[in-house]
Design a protein around this ligand. Structure first.
Ligand code: HEM
Ligand code: HEM
Length: 186
């Protein structure tokens, strides 16, 4: 198994981080919707605590992912894609990276501004980023929701792009990101 990326293919670490973060984002949406539908009480507080813990996990994984990307070759899209496709891919990847940082940071800021603690599964408590601040809470609350809508839109475009590569262009772009994809390792 190739742990590192090559110039043509993603290594196991990059693939694991890509799919783990994608899975955790779906988990975040499921937990947040569940919390939203529950009446105020222990079950709702537990759901929000999990949402915060998984969200801070995404922040840590996003940092690891960027560092790993920095110390590895990034597989090129040259030769398999057109210029406009590469531009669109770069813009959407930058937005997706930005959002996997901005979502947890806005959540953390929102909780601090509301004077609610952010803990990681009850094992570690994160410091407050700011003192209690109602207008900031309202702003970050709205931002958190709006950014999630943006994330859904960009992710849908991203998925459509991946499917186009696979089914229409019939190239290796999707296969080389799949966990057991048969991409080339040269
Ligand atoms: C990538 C990570 C995250 C994603 C995808 C995400 C997504 C969401 C979504 C979809 C909602 C529901 C929004 C709504 O109903 O308007 C929500 C609500 C919330 N999120 Fe996150 N979240 C993430 C990280 C975090 C983190 C790290 C925290 C706190 C440390 C946090 C705190 C909250 C809180 C407190 C709410 C409830 C807001 C309310 O009272 O309605 N989130 N999140
Ligand atoms: C079914 C869902 C998904 C599919 C099929 C998919 C597919 C892919 C593929 C094939 C690539 C590699 C492109 C290349 O080789 O240049 C990729 C890269 C990427 N994906 Fe996804 N993806 C999915 C979900 C997500 C989600 C939810 C995110 C949100 C954070 C995401 C963020 C990224 C980023 C940031 C890259 C660029 C990696 C880099 O250049 O370091 N993906 N995705």
């Amino acid at each position: 198994m190739n742990f590192r990326n090559t110039s043509r293919s993603w290594g196991a670490i990059s693939k694991a981080l890509h799919w783990l973060i994608a899975l955790l984002i779906i988990t975040q949406w499921v937990i947040a919707s569940r919390a939203d539908n529950l009446p105020l009480g222990a079950a709702k507080l537990q759901a929000i605590a999990w949402h915060k813990s998984f969200g801070m996990t995404i922040l840590a994984l996003a940092i690891i992912r960027l560092v790993w990307r920095w110390v590895n070759p990034v597989p090129t899209l040259d030769g398999v894609t057109r210029t406009w496709e590469r531009r669109l891919a770069t813009i959407s990847h930058v937005m997706l990276y930005g959002l996997i940082f901005a979502m947890p940071l806005s959540g953390w800021l929102m909780s601090s501004a509301r004077n609610f603690p952010v803990s990681w599964f009850g094992l570690y408590q994160f410091p407050d980023l700011v003192a209690a601040n109602k207008p900031l809470y309202e702003l970050t609350h709205d931002l958190h929701g709006a950014m999630f809508n943006a994330l859904v839109c960009v992710a849908l475009l991203h998925i459509a792009g991946a499917l186009k590569h696979h089914f229409i262009d019939k190239n290796d772009v999707l296969k080389r990101m799949l966990p057991f994809g048969g991409a080339r390792h040269d």
